[in-house]
Design a binder for this molecule. Structure first.
Ligand SMILES: [Zn+2]
Ligand SMILES: [Zn+2]
Length: 796
């Protein structure tokens, strides 16, 4: 029964073991999606951009998603857990522009798309390799069209589905074209959606400009940060209660340099405390201007063109970029004596989320997806989805409250999904193709020979779709929208994603899928926060505090990192601070697990069941573990691995290794035959039972170390095992914490006298709740006599 050699041969867990294990999983297609009779758990993972290496946030969040997937497999689900790679849009285009030193407008569309494809081909699959090394159990590592395969958002199949959903929405009247003011990023050279705007405090200057009042000797002063827009000024307003200006009502002002006459009117929108209290209303300095013009039904004077340059309305500023025009205008106003004052200040400015350029507001014809009509429906859906943590739902609800315009979905770029429309050049009829194929109208003929007017002279649409229009159908794509599989398995079980893309990826997905299917596409949504440096600061290249996950993999391997992710905090609740020291700490826990397993592996697991556990100490440890198992099952279900992982770690170090194992060692070896055979077997069974349970509880978190230990000790793949049930709870006369307290008191008494822990005790008085474990106490504490009383007394 006692084995001389531990079954676990190596003295410790080494990071070098990891590669072999994950390569084997890959080769064996261990996690391939099999559509059997099990219930489905589907995870709509965020597709990372293909041309950037993964950062620490990716490493942590995908590791957590993997824990969700592995846990559900052990709970008896078939898990759809595919990897997608985002390859559409601006990041790829910008990489191509940089690499080949070209601008989108300099080369033909065909050529530019080729350059993008070159960037994509050369972009390594480094991120895939990192995910593999992290032990992520994606269904597949090959790109393809089978359920669970790696998908690319620029594949013909994906784009065909994006276009099919466009065609659907077009035919339902949900998409329309309109000419209105749009957010325009001069850096990305395209329209962008409200959801892609951020705000930044940028240095600016507030220029106070003199305007003449017509038929009067009076002049008024207006302070503005956008003097270049004087040419677009259509009205001057003051607050109705502002006594300083009441006498100006229904008078007319004359704009400097341009000499245009504009009405002066009271309007509550003017803030008497800002600037001089007078405001010039221009088309268009900001969103507020846009709303004002709409409300006043005023004709805008558009002075900025689609290329971000001033047009003819701006007179002498024509052809200049907005920023150049601002400087030139100031110079000219100063020269002519119109500037009264200039102050430096910071101005809260809308900027592009991607390129950080200040947004311009430009009149353009674009396609819009109706969203205003459906905000209420999305709000209703959001309330039914389970959010983890629940408070992250509010970020979505707040965004819903702030949506004021329909979603502008057309973009003037190249490397994205084409808008699948053609137009008849003679009767202007729009030609809409059949769903199912991938269309490139800018270079292909329409799917009809002749228009119904008889003409065969067509023009293909040249614009493309917003990349969120693509990524917002990811759950439809992975769940095979339009098939029986989709019908049987929606909603998708889980959308895990970052909090910073709630108003884009989550919102747009809910909206689009609601418009197509009439219901919520997700059952659960898990929102993650960020990984910060050890001082709680955001990691950034400029701050020099970036922790590269590849360094972590090199130094410690994936398992300590994964354990750290689970133990250190709940990423759905708050940011996590990361440092090498913390991960090193997690590595020690894996070493501890290995040592414990190695010790136990010296003994065979007896072929017994819980009914054969007869000793009180064994019952106490099983009870403790049953409680942790319950907790893990409950919390893992809620995507919280933190609370159980912290308990499990503590159980391993303290309850199990320090206290239980120390007490039962004499019974385990039973060299002097002081224990009965049944008592010894009870200990051996309990050791193995606890280890097996512990390994299963940890399997989703540290899949490689648990896989290896389990395989060496018990044979078979732990990841195909069932998640442990809480097990039979025994009526035990004491708990593990009672035992820990007692042990600590006794050990302290010995230590105080500088005696070894094994040194004999003359007489020991302990609580009578330990009566049934008397033999364990005598052997473990090496006492000659044991007595029972209220106070623990140790006579050495
Ligand atoms: Zn931009
Ligand atoms: Zn026609």
């Amino acid at each position: 029964m006692v084995m001389l050699e531990p079954k676990l041969k190596e003295k410790s867990w080494k990071k070098e073991f990891e590669q072999g294990i994950c390569e084997k999983w890959k080769k064996d297609e261990a996690y391939a999606f099999v559509d059997d009779d099990k219930k489905l758990f589907s995870i709509d993972t965020p597709p990372p951009y293909v041309n950037t290496p993964i950062h620490i946030g990716h490493a942590a969040t995908y590791s957590l998603m993997d824990m969700f997937a592995r846990f559900r497999r052990m709970k008896g689900f078939k898990v759809l857990f595919p990897l997608g790679l985002d390859r559409n849009g601006l990041p790829i285009e910008m990489a191509a522009e940089k690499k080949f030193n070209v601008s989108l407008k300099d080369v033909s569309r065909e050529r530019f798309i080729d350059l993008c494809k070159q960037v994509l081909e050369e972009s390594s699959m480094a991120s895939m390799d990192s995910f593999l090394r992290l032990g992520i159990s994606f269904n597949s590592w090959e790109t393809g069209n089978k359920t669970g395969d790696v998908y690319l958002t620029d594949s013909d199949e994906y784009r065909a589905l994006t276009q099919a959903t466009f065609i659907d929405m077009w035919q339902k009247g949900l998409i329309y074209e309109d000419e209105r003011v749009n957010n325009y990023c001069p850096g990305c050279k395209t329209t962008i959606a409200d959801a892609e705007i951020e705000y930044a405090d940028l240095p600016s200057s507030l220029v106070s400009i003199n305007f003449r009042v017509k038929h009067s000797h009076e002049s008024i002063v207006i302070a503005t940060t956008r003097p270049e827009l004087v040419c677009s000024c259509s009205m001057i307003i003051f607050h109705p209660d502002d006594e300083r200006y009441k006498h100006l009502e229904s008078k007319t002002a004359v704009t400097p340099l341009y000499g245009k006459e504009v009405p002066i009117r009271p309007h509550p929108y003017a803030d008497p405390t800002k600037g001089t209290g007078l405001m010039m209303m221009c088309s268009f300095g900001d969103q507020a201007d846009i709303r004002f013009f709409r409300e006043q039904k005023m004709q805008p004077v558009v002075s900025i063109n689609q290329d971000g340059r001033m047009n003819r309305s701006a007179g002498f500023l024509e052809g200049l970029l907005v920023k150049e025009a601002r400087d030139k205008m100031k110079e000219k106003l100063k020269e002519k004596g119109f500037v009264v004052d200039e102050k430096k200040l910071t101005h809260r400015t809308p900027i592009c989320e991607r390129s950080k350029h200040p947004i311009e507001f430009i009149h353009m014809k674009e396609f819009y997806l109706k969203q205003l009509d459906f905000i209420g429906n999305i709000r209703d859906i959001s309330k039914k989805i389970n959010f983890f943590s629940p408070h992250s739902r509010q970020i979505l609800l707040d965004w819903l409250d702030s949506v004021t315009l329909d979603w502008a979905v057309s973009r003037r770029r190249y490397y994205a999904t084409e808008i699948p429309l053609w137009y008849c050049n003679s009767c202007k009829e729009t030609i809409v193709p059949q769903k199912g194929n991938y269309y490139k109208p800018w270079k292909e003929k329409p799917p009809v020979e002749k228009c119904k007017c008889g003409s065969s002279d067509f023009r293909g649409e040249e614009r493309v779709l917003d990349t969120w229009f693509d990524s917002s159908i990811s759950p439809l794509y992975i769940m095979k929208y339009g098939t029986k599989f989709f019908e049987n398995n929606t909603p998708c079980s889980l959308r895990p994603q970052g909090k910073e893309i709630i108003r884009t990826w989550l919102y747009y997905t809910l909206l689009r899928c609601y418009l197509l299917t009439g219901s919520s596409i997700f059952k659960d949504v898990w929102i993650n926060y960020h990984i910060l440096d050890d001082k709680g600061k955001k990691m950034s290249k400029s701050a020099g505090n970036v922790i590269d996950p590849h360094k972590i993999l090199e130094r410690y391997g994936a398992e300590p990192f994964r354990l750290w992710c689970a133990v250190e905090g709940n990423l759905a609740d708050s940011d996590l601070k990361c440092s090498f020291e913390h991960i090193e700490g997690a590595a020690k826990t894996i070493t501890k697990l290995w040592n414990v397993a190695r010790f136990i592996s010296m003994f065979e697991m007896p072929d017994l069941g819980l009914q054969n556990v007869i000793c009180e100490t064994d019952k106490a440890i099983i009870n403790e573990l049953a409680e942790i198992t319950d907790l893990a099952d409950d919390y893992y279900m809620k995507y919280d691995f933190h609370s159980p992982a912290a308990r499990i770690k503590n159980f391993l170090w303290e309850a199990f290794a320090s206290h239980y194992m120390e007490i039962v060692k004499p019974r385990t070896y039973n060299q002097d035959k002081k224990f009965t055979k049944e008592e010894q077997l009870s200990a051996l069974f309990t050791l193995h039972y606890c280890l097996k349970t512990l390994l299963k509880l940890l399997a989703p978190i540290i899949p490689m170390a648990t896989y290896r230990i389990y395989n060496d000790l018990y044979g078979g793949d732990i990841h195909t095992e069932e998640f442990p049930k809480a097990g039979k709870e025994f009526l035990a006369s004491f708990t593990i914490s009672d035992l820990s307290e007692l042990n600590s008191t006794i050990w302290k008494a010995k230590k105080d006298k500088q005696l070894s822990l094994k040194s004999p005790i003359k007489s020991l008085t302990i609580s009578n709740k330990f009566f049934q474990a008397e033999k364990d106490m005598i052997a473990a504490h090496n006492t000659e006599k044991i007595e029972y009383g209220d106070e623990t007394e140790v006579e050495l």
